[in-house]
Design a protein around this ligand. Structure first.
Ligand code: SAM
Length: 209
Protein backbone atom coordinates (compact mmCIF):
# COMPACT_ATOMS: atom_id res chain seq x y z
CA UNK A 1 0.00 0.00 0.00
CA UNK A 2 1.62 3.22 -1.16
CA UNK A 3 -1.50 5.38 -1.07
CA UNK A 4 -1.76 8.90 0.31
CA UNK A 5 -3.76 7.49 3.23
CA UNK A 6 -0.88 5.32 4.43
CA UNK A 7 1.46 8.34 4.21
CA UNK A 8 -0.99 10.49 6.17
CA UNK A 9 -1.21 7.78 8.82
CA UNK A 10 2.59 7.69 9.12
CA UNK A 11 2.74 11.48 9.58
CA UNK A 12 0.00 11.30 12.23
CA UNK A 13 2.03 8.68 14.08
CA UNK A 14 5.23 10.77 13.92
CA UNK A 15 3.29 13.71 15.34
CA UNK A 16 2.05 11.52 18.21
CA UNK A 17 5.65 10.38 18.82
CA UNK A 18 6.69 14.01 19.34
CA UNK A 19 7.86 15.30 15.95
CA UNK A 20 6.77 18.94 15.97
CA UNK A 21 8.48 20.55 12.95
CA UNK A 22 5.71 21.14 10.42
CA UNK A 23 8.09 21.43 7.42
CA UNK A 24 9.72 18.10 8.29
CA UNK A 25 6.34 16.37 8.63
CA UNK A 26 5.15 17.77 5.30
CA UNK A 27 8.32 16.67 3.49
CA UNK A 28 7.92 13.16 4.92
CA UNK A 29 4.29 13.15 3.78
CA UNK A 30 5.38 14.16 0.26
CA UNK A 31 8.41 11.86 -0.12
CA UNK A 32 7.64 8.50 -1.79
CA UNK A 33 9.50 6.18 0.64
CA UNK A 34 8.33 3.16 -1.36
CA UNK A 35 10.74 4.22 -4.14
CA UNK A 36 13.65 3.80 -1.71
CA UNK A 37 13.00 0.13 -0.90
CA UNK A 38 12.76 -3.03 -2.97
CA UNK A 39 9.38 -3.52 -4.67
CA UNK A 40 8.77 -6.59 -2.53
CA UNK A 41 8.69 -4.29 0.54
CA UNK A 42 6.32 -1.72 -1.02
CA UNK A 43 3.51 -2.62 1.31
CA UNK A 44 5.65 -1.86 4.39
CA UNK A 45 7.22 1.38 3.14
CA UNK A 46 4.99 3.65 5.26
CA UNK A 47 5.31 1.66 8.48
CA UNK A 48 7.39 3.40 11.12
CA UNK A 49 10.14 0.83 10.92
CA UNK A 50 13.63 0.31 9.48
CA UNK A 51 13.70 -2.01 6.44
CA UNK A 52 16.50 -3.96 4.71
CA UNK A 53 18.01 -2.41 1.56
CA UNK A 54 20.51 -5.18 0.73
CA UNK A 55 24.26 -5.39 1.43
CA UNK A 56 23.41 -5.92 5.12
CA UNK A 57 22.21 -2.30 5.39
CA UNK A 58 18.91 -0.64 6.28
CA UNK A 59 16.76 2.38 5.47
CA UNK A 60 16.23 4.06 8.85
CA UNK A 61 12.92 4.19 10.73
CA UNK A 62 10.91 7.29 9.65
CA UNK A 63 10.74 8.51 13.28
CA UNK A 64 14.56 8.60 13.45
CA UNK A 65 14.81 10.29 10.04
CA UNK A 66 12.32 12.94 11.21
CA UNK A 67 14.06 13.42 14.57
CA UNK A 68 17.55 13.73 13.08
CA UNK A 69 16.24 16.06 10.35
CA UNK A 70 14.66 18.34 12.98
CA UNK A 71 18.01 18.54 14.76
CA UNK A 72 19.99 19.11 11.56
CA UNK A 73 17.84 21.92 10.15
CA UNK A 74 17.25 23.76 13.45
CA UNK A 75 19.67 26.59 12.55
CA UNK A 76 18.70 26.78 8.86
CA UNK A 77 21.87 25.32 7.33
CA UNK A 78 22.76 26.17 3.72
CA UNK A 79 25.03 23.18 3.18
CA UNK A 80 24.73 19.75 4.82
CA UNK A 81 26.88 16.63 4.66
CA UNK A 82 25.34 13.21 5.24
CA UNK A 83 27.61 10.23 5.95
CA UNK A 84 25.84 6.95 5.08
CA UNK A 85 23.64 7.51 1.99
CA UNK A 86 22.13 3.99 2.15
CA UNK A 87 18.89 4.11 0.15
CA UNK A 88 19.12 7.89 -0.27
CA UNK A 89 15.87 8.54 1.64
CA UNK A 90 17.36 10.73 4.39
CA UNK A 91 19.27 12.78 1.80
CA UNK A 92 16.08 13.17 -0.28
CA UNK A 93 14.22 14.46 2.78
CA UNK A 94 17.04 16.91 3.55
CA UNK A 95 17.26 18.07 -0.06
CA UNK A 96 13.71 19.39 0.20
CA UNK A 97 14.61 21.48 3.25
CA UNK A 98 18.21 22.60 2.65
CA UNK A 99 19.70 24.36 -0.44
CA UNK A 100 22.66 21.98 -0.87
CA UNK A 101 23.16 18.40 0.35
CA UNK A 102 26.27 16.27 -0.03
CA UNK A 103 25.93 12.61 0.82
CA UNK A 104 28.54 9.88 0.86
CA UNK A 105 28.33 6.09 0.95
CA UNK A 106 31.03 3.40 1.14
CA UNK A 107 29.10 0.78 -0.87
CA UNK A 108 29.24 1.61 -4.58
CA UNK A 109 26.00 -0.18 -5.53
CA UNK A 110 24.00 1.78 -2.93
CA UNK A 111 25.54 5.10 -4.02
CA UNK A 112 24.65 4.38 -7.67
CA UNK A 113 21.07 3.39 -6.83
CA UNK A 114 20.60 6.49 -4.66
CA UNK A 115 21.85 8.74 -7.48
CA UNK A 116 19.23 7.21 -9.80
CA UNK A 117 16.50 7.89 -7.25
CA UNK A 118 17.56 11.54 -6.83
CA UNK A 119 17.45 11.92 -10.63
CA UNK A 120 14.04 10.23 -10.83
CA UNK A 121 12.67 12.63 -8.21
CA UNK A 122 14.27 15.69 -9.82
CA UNK A 123 16.39 16.43 -6.74
CA UNK A 124 19.23 18.35 -8.37
CA UNK A 125 20.69 19.81 -5.17
CA UNK A 126 21.98 16.48 -3.80
CA UNK A 127 25.45 15.31 -4.73
CA UNK A 128 26.10 11.65 -3.95
CA UNK A 129 29.66 10.33 -3.79
CA UNK A 130 31.27 7.05 -2.90
CA UNK A 131 33.91 7.42 -0.21
CA UNK A 132 34.82 6.62 3.37
CA UNK A 133 32.70 9.15 5.21
CA UNK A 134 34.79 8.87 8.39
CA UNK A 135 37.17 11.18 6.48
CA UNK A 136 34.33 13.60 5.75
CA UNK A 137 34.21 15.18 2.30
CA UNK A 138 36.99 17.79 2.50
CA UNK A 139 36.55 19.09 -1.07
CA UNK A 140 33.25 20.79 -0.19
CA UNK A 141 33.88 21.63 3.50
CA UNK A 142 33.02 23.38 5.73
CA UNK A 143 29.42 22.24 6.34
CA UNK A 144 26.78 24.06 8.36
CA UNK A 145 25.52 20.68 9.54
CA UNK A 146 26.69 17.07 9.38
CA UNK A 147 24.46 14.04 9.88
CA UNK A 148 25.96 10.58 10.34
CA UNK A 149 23.45 7.80 9.77
CA UNK A 150 25.60 4.91 11.00
CA UNK A 151 26.77 4.24 14.57
CA UNK A 152 30.34 4.66 15.79
CA UNK A 153 32.27 4.63 19.08
CA UNK A 154 33.16 8.30 18.71
CA UNK A 155 32.69 11.21 16.33
CA UNK A 156 35.45 11.06 13.67
CA UNK A 157 37.92 13.93 14.07
CA UNK A 158 37.75 14.79 10.34
CA UNK A 159 34.02 15.49 10.66
CA UNK A 160 34.56 17.91 13.56
CA UNK A 161 37.24 19.69 11.51
CA UNK A 162 34.80 20.09 8.59
CA UNK A 163 31.99 21.51 10.75
CA UNK A 164 31.64 25.29 10.26
CA UNK A 165 31.63 27.59 13.30
CA UNK A 166 28.07 27.67 14.62
CA UNK A 167 27.41 24.34 12.90
CA UNK A 168 25.86 21.21 14.37
CA UNK A 169 26.59 17.52 13.93
CA UNK A 170 24.19 14.68 14.76
CA UNK A 171 25.44 11.10 15.10
CA UNK A 172 24.58 7.84 16.89
CA UNK A 173 27.52 7.24 19.26
CA UNK A 174 28.06 3.98 21.14
CA UNK A 175 28.67 0.26 20.69
CA UNK A 176 27.38 -2.31 18.20
CA UNK A 177 24.14 -3.15 20.01
CA UNK A 178 22.88 0.36 20.61
CA UNK A 179 24.02 3.97 20.53
CA UNK A 180 22.93 7.32 21.89
CA UNK A 181 21.89 10.03 19.47
CA UNK A 182 24.48 12.74 20.07
CA UNK A 183 24.37 16.42 19.08
CA UNK A 184 27.65 18.32 18.81
CA UNK A 185 27.58 22.09 18.39
CA UNK A 186 30.61 24.04 17.19
CA UNK A 187 30.50 27.06 19.49
CA UNK A 188 33.01 29.85 20.18
CA UNK A 189 34.04 27.91 23.29
CA UNK A 190 34.63 24.72 21.33
CA UNK A 191 32.60 21.57 20.62
CA UNK A 192 29.67 21.20 23.00
CA UNK A 193 28.08 17.74 23.22
CA UNK A 194 24.58 16.79 24.24
CA UNK A 195 23.28 13.23 24.45
CA UNK A 196 19.66 12.73 23.44
CA UNK A 197 18.01 9.32 23.09
CA UNK A 198 18.98 5.66 22.57
CA UNK A 199 18.99 4.45 18.96
CA UNK A 200 20.10 1.37 17.00
CA UNK A 201 22.08 1.88 13.78
CA UNK A 202 24.27 -0.32 11.59
CA UNK A 203 27.96 0.39 12.17
CA UNK A 204 30.05 3.16 10.65
CA UNK A 205 32.93 1.31 9.00
CA UNK A 206 36.15 3.16 8.25
CA UNK A 207 37.91 2.47 4.94
CA UNK A 208 36.50 1.11 1.67
CA UNK A 209 37.53 -1.92 -0.34
N1 SAM B 1 20.59 7.32 5.58
C1 SAM B 1 20.26 6.04 5.00
C2 SAM B 1 18.91 6.03 4.33
O1 SAM B 1 18.21 7.06 4.36
O2 SAM B 1 18.56 5.00 3.73
C3 SAM B 1 20.38 4.89 5.96
C4 SAM B 1 21.78 4.64 6.30
S1 SAM B 1 22.17 3.00 6.79
C5 SAM B 1 21.43 2.93 8.38
C6 SAM B 1 23.92 3.28 7.10
C7 SAM B 1 24.74 3.43 5.84
O3 SAM B 1 26.04 3.91 6.21
C8 SAM B 1 24.96 2.12 5.09
O4 SAM B 1 24.51 2.23 3.78
C9 SAM B 1 26.47 1.92 5.17
O5 SAM B 1 27.02 1.27 4.04
C10 SAM B 1 26.96 3.35 5.31
N2 SAM B 1 28.30 3.48 5.87
C11 SAM B 1 28.87 2.80 6.89
N3 SAM B 1 30.12 3.24 7.10
C12 SAM B 1 30.35 4.24 6.19
C13 SAM B 1 31.46 5.07 5.90
N4 SAM B 1 32.60 5.00 6.57
N5 SAM B 1 31.34 5.97 4.91
C14 SAM B 1 30.20 6.08 4.18
N6 SAM B 1 29.12 5.30 4.41
C15 SAM B 1 29.19 4.40 5.40
Amino acid sequence: MTSQRTRDRLVERLREEGIRNHAVLEVIRATPRHLFVDEALDSRAYEDTALPIGHGQTISQPYIVARMTELVIAKQPQKVLEVGTGSGYQAAVLAQLVPKVYTTERIEALATQARQRFRQLGLRNVRATRSDGTMGLPDFAPYDAIIVTAGGESVPEALLQQLAPGGRLVMPVGGRDYQVLTLVEHTEEGFVRETLEPVVFVPLIGGIS
